[in-house]
Design a protein around this ligand. Structure first.
Ligand SMILES: Cc1ncc(COP(=O)(O)O)c(C=O)c1O
Length: 417
């Protein structure tokens, strides 16, 4: 038996994982549904075990209604939401392609960052943070630039705005463009209608409205986009097979995020690409089962009630809610930090006194707003009320003069409105 080097310090064991019971009321991640946590503790299977491939097929079926689609290619990308974004863009876009980004916040900038690395020619149609881009401006930009792909975020958590997407697909199809949508922050909480919107690729994450942990990213791909992706198929050397033929297109610039190979893995071909993240697949499967069991319409209504209640409670405290009221995401609300109040001190007090996490902000909004989320398992009346009560107490302790006791009744009234 090899001995441990006696010159090295004895390894520390630290403690068993025993995190505090925080209530995560920021822009995500949020607390996972207990059923999802239980599913993750189930025993592991080999990746080609018929039980496992059966679960994979179930996941495909479960996520179709979640995405509002009949797309056969509906599955998971192993990794956080950003993994599915990157897989989509690197598989759709060839260096030099023109891509139009509908840009209204940090995650529109992320799309540009990823596209920049791919070598796309990036053009944008922009709105200031706190607003969305009018469909007429998108139509004009498509006509002006003739993009190969139009890429957009649905709900941008950095600004709390939800971009209307009705009609986007029609515009793209008329112009011969493919449409990509990042629905990480809204999937399972606001309606995602991939087929009705006519968009080609939509991606999500579990850690927001689906009430799971981060680390698995659902994706749906239209047949049109699939054709385009398979035209770029170049199966890696060690797993080539006679029944899987390469395409004539440019090889996808990433192995891990090569959608052609990932799709062959999820198909009955079961190409041995990566080792599917079994526990995350269990989590994703249970997230969808919880969402569909509740009913999507009921779930969207619960998120809408949470957003209404949060907004009403914040306003009743005398605070100013950030952004355009008409395009607010239902699951995350931005609110200005009042003058003279140290936003980080309040967040620390919320965490230390109440075990509640609320979010700070990025870029031009950093230090200016907090972001309060109520999504997935946390889009519940009592969690919204507890958060508002705690925030009121923290603000009062910091010397902010506010009508004590007003927020909770206002939120209760708005919940049922
Ligand atoms: C709209 C949006 N897109 C993408 C991401 C990135 O997700 P992840 O951190 O899981 O990669 C986030 C995370 O906050 C998000 O809100």
């Amino acid at each position: 038996m090899p001995e441990l080097d006696p010159m090295l310090p004895a390894p520390a064991l630290f403690g068993e994982i025993d995190p505090p019971q925080r209530l995560l009321m920021g822009p995500g991640p949020v607390n996972a549904h207990p059923r999802v946590l239980r599913a993750m503790s189930a025993d592991l299977l080999g990746q080609f075990d018929p039980e496992m491939t059966g679960y994979m097929n179930q996941v495909m079926a479960l996520y179709r209604p979640v995405f509002g689609t009949a797309n056969a290619w509906t599955m998971l990308i192993d990794g956080t939401a950003r993994a599915a974004i990157e897989a989509s863009l690197v598989s759709l876009v060839v260096p030099g392609d023109t891509v139009l980004v509908i840009n209204f916040g940090r995650f529109g900038l992320l799309l540009q960052e990823i596209l920049g690395r791919i070598g796309a020619r990036i053009v944008t149609v922009d709105a200031p943070w706190g607003e969305v881009v009018p469909m007429a401006a998108i139509a004009e930009a498509i006509a002006a630039y003739g993009p190969k792909v139009v890429a957009c975020v649905h709900g941008d958590t950095s600004t709390t705005m939800a971009q209307p997407l009705e009609g986007l697909g029609e515009l793209c199809r008329a112009a011969g463009a493919l449409a990509y949508v990042d629905a990480t922050a809204t999937l399972g909480g606001m309606e995602i209608a991939a087929d009705r919107w006519g968009v080609d690729v939509v991606t999500g994450g579990l850690q927001k409205c689906l009430g799971g942990p981060s680390g698995s990213a659902p994706i749906t791909i239209s047949d049109r986009a699939a054709e385009h992706i398979f035209a770029r198929r170049h199966v890696e050397q060690g797993i080539r097979r006679d029944d899987i033929v390469d395409g004539a297109g440019v090889r996808i610039g990433s192995n891990y995020f090569d959608l052609a190979m990932i799709m062959d893995y999820w198909s009955e071909k079961r190409l041995n690409h990566h080792t599917e993240a079994t526990s995350m697949l269990y989590a994703a499967r249970e997230c969808a089962r919880v969402a569909l069991g509740e009913g999507l319409a009921a779930r969207f209504a619960r998120h809408a009630a949470s957003g209404r209640a949060m907004t009403a409670g914040l306003r009743a405290m005398g605070l100013t809610v950030f952004g355009d009221d008409a395009h607010r995401m239902t699951n995350v609300t931005g609110v200005y930090i009042p003058a003279g109040i140290d936003g980080e001190r309040v967040r620390t007090m919320m965490r230390e006194h109440f075990e509640i996490e609320i979010g700070s902000a990025f870029g031009p909004l950093q230090g200016k707003i907090w972001r309060l989320g109520a999504m997935g398992y946390n889009a519940m009346r009592h969690k919204v009320l507890i958060t508002l009560g705690a925030l009121e107490a923290c603000l009062a302790a910091e010397g902010f003069v506010l009508p004590l006791g007003a927020a909770v009744p206002a939120a209760l009234a708005a919940w049922v409105a």
